[in-house]
Design a protein around this ligand. Structure first.
Ligand code: AMP
Ligand code: ZN
Length: 464
């Protein structure tokens, strides 16, 4: 079985073939650590996690690099507005360094709660200033960049293929770039590689450079760090769809200008999570975090399950009603798994398991079609002819991709009243009052609770 992915560069689903057999270099744009990640950001990281797990399932050794943007990202993804780190620093009366480390830590806590596999390597922009400067120098030497008043700009007119990822014509892109134009630029589309003091005189995060004391533009960090750790030719690069026309187009221009050859084979982009049909963004105030979901009674993995219900290339509309649906499905799956763990029966047709696994893998291989994969999961759950033992084994294999933590599913939670009934039955058993114990077992069964007596006590699961 071979993997196929939709490549934004060609707008086609293509057979995936790595540059080096058996190995994949994967670069995913990481968070800008000036605030908590919102659940939209997290949807993109969940998609990338499924990609990573899929590559590994299909036998590839994955080198996965993710950056941490702790400097250089302005309010707009182009060069307009204030520096996000400086704004957060003002808002919270902390240094930008403290802000960066605090939110980086919060980000990785969210990732752990969502069962995201850790990248092979995480790199911070502020720790790669020398690499960025080297690349900027090279771009100046090759005529792709120019210096004005200590700022260095990328010269778009020199890079003919600038629109190859966005597929937008230059006049359309120019229209978008006409906001807040910096008249040092030769063209409004040109973008900053290095800001010297001419842009933000009170900048706290700053470094010496051949062009003046200052800080790097946002885009150069990904080109510099990706090539440092993954080389000048990369298999897959990912991010959210908002990155296609500015950030990733700029990354391509810088990298290919510098290396003189194509840089990334496959570009993959996750569609947006949308809230009330508006873009989910921190600045618009529509800003939900994992913590805000938890405050409403939802666990991080309910949200992960919710995201798996939509294809990564479709917009996903968020509502608490829809999240509740995902929670119900997740909890019912969990109860099913607990019941198999307690009662791993042999079924009449365990050999059918291989076919379910094959179909699940096919869905995965077909551009990560998780909605189909989930529908196969539910078909398998209902197929009692497999038997609980085969179902559990299969579920564990599905879960290597789904990442729902099947092996951590423990006893279902009972209400205090239900627990009291279980307790009463334990007491009746201790008193050898078998009739009463049986009566209580039936009463619990009427409430949907199945009991299983073990050597260490009584376990239970919810019947369905
Ligand atoms: P940032 O921290 O702003 O650099 O964004 C982190 C990641 O989240 C990037 O890959 C963005 O493309 C992605 N992203 C931003 N907003 C959304 C959204 N509403 N839904 C899905 N992904 C998003
Ligand atoms: Zn990036």
């Amino acid at each position: 079985m071979t993997l196929s992915f939709f490549n934004t560069l060609t707008r086609q689903v293509e057979l995936f073939k790595p540059i080096h057999p058996g190995q994949v270099s994967l670069y995913t744009c990481g968070p800008t650590v000036y605030n908590y990640a919102h659940i939209g950001n997290l949807r993109t990281y969940i998609f990338e996690d499924i990609l990573r797990r899929a590559l590994e399932r299909f036998g590839f050794k994955v080198s996965h690099v993710m950056n941490i943007t702790d400097v250089g990202h302005l309010e707009s993804d182009a060069d307009a507005g204030d520096d996000k780190m400086a704004l957060a620093s003002k808002r919270e009366h902390k240094s930008p360094w403290e802000i960066a480390r605090y939110y980086e830590d919060a980000f990785f806590k969210d990732c752990a709660a969502l069962n995201l596999v850790k990248p092979t390597l995480v790199c911070r922009a502020t720790e790669h200033i020398a690499e960025m400067q080297a690349m900027v120098s090279k771009l100046i030497d090759k005529g792709y960049a120019y210096v004005v008043d200590g700022n260095v700009y990328f010269r778009i007119s020199k890079f003919a293929d600038y629109a190859k990822l966005s597929k937008r014509n230059l006049s359309e892109l120019l229209e978008g770039a006409r906001v807040d134009v910096d008249n040092r630029k030769e063209s409004p589309l040109d973008f900053v590689l290095w800001f010297s003091q001419s842009k933000f005189p009170n900048q706290i995060m700053k470094w010496e450079s051949p062009w003046g004391t200052g800080f790097p533009g946002w885009h150069i960090e990904c080109s510099a760090m990706a090539s440092k750790y993954l080389g000048e030719h990369i298999d897959i690069h990912c991010g959210g769809v908002d990155h296609i026309s500015v950030h990733h187009s700029n990354e391509i221009a810088q990298s290919e200008g510098c290396f003189g050859h194509p840089w990334v084979n496959t570009w993959m982009h996750g569609e947006f999570l949308v809230l009330d049909k508006a873009k989910m963004s921190k600045s618009s105030g529509n800003f939900l975090t994992l913590k805000s979901l938890e405050e409403q009674g939802f666990e991080p993995l309910h949200y992960r399950y919710f995201c798996l219900g939509a294809h990564y290339r479709s917009q996903l509309f968020f509502s608490f009603e829809a999240l509740q649906g995902a929670k119900n499905a997740f909890e019912s799956l969990k109860n099913r798994v607990i019941s198999w763990k307690l009662d791993p029966q042999k079924g009449a047709h365990p050999e059918k398991a291989a076919d379910y696994l094959k179909r699940f893998n096919e869905a995965l291989a077909n551009d990560l079609d998780m909605p189909i994969a989930l529908s196969i999961l539910w078909e398998m759950l209902k197929d009692t002819s497999l038997g609980g033992k085969a179902q559990l084994d299969l579920m564990r294999q599905f879960d290597q991709i789904l990442g729902l933590g099947v092996d951590n599913f423990e006893k279902a939670e009972l209400s205090p009243e239900q627990l009291a009934l279980v307790q009463k039955r334990e007491e009746a058993r201790a008193d050898k009052d078998w009739a009463k114990a049986d009566e209580l077992r039936k009463e619990l069964l009427g409430l949907g609770i199945c009991l299983k007596d073990t050597q260490t006590g009584t376990d239970w699961y919810l019947s369905y």
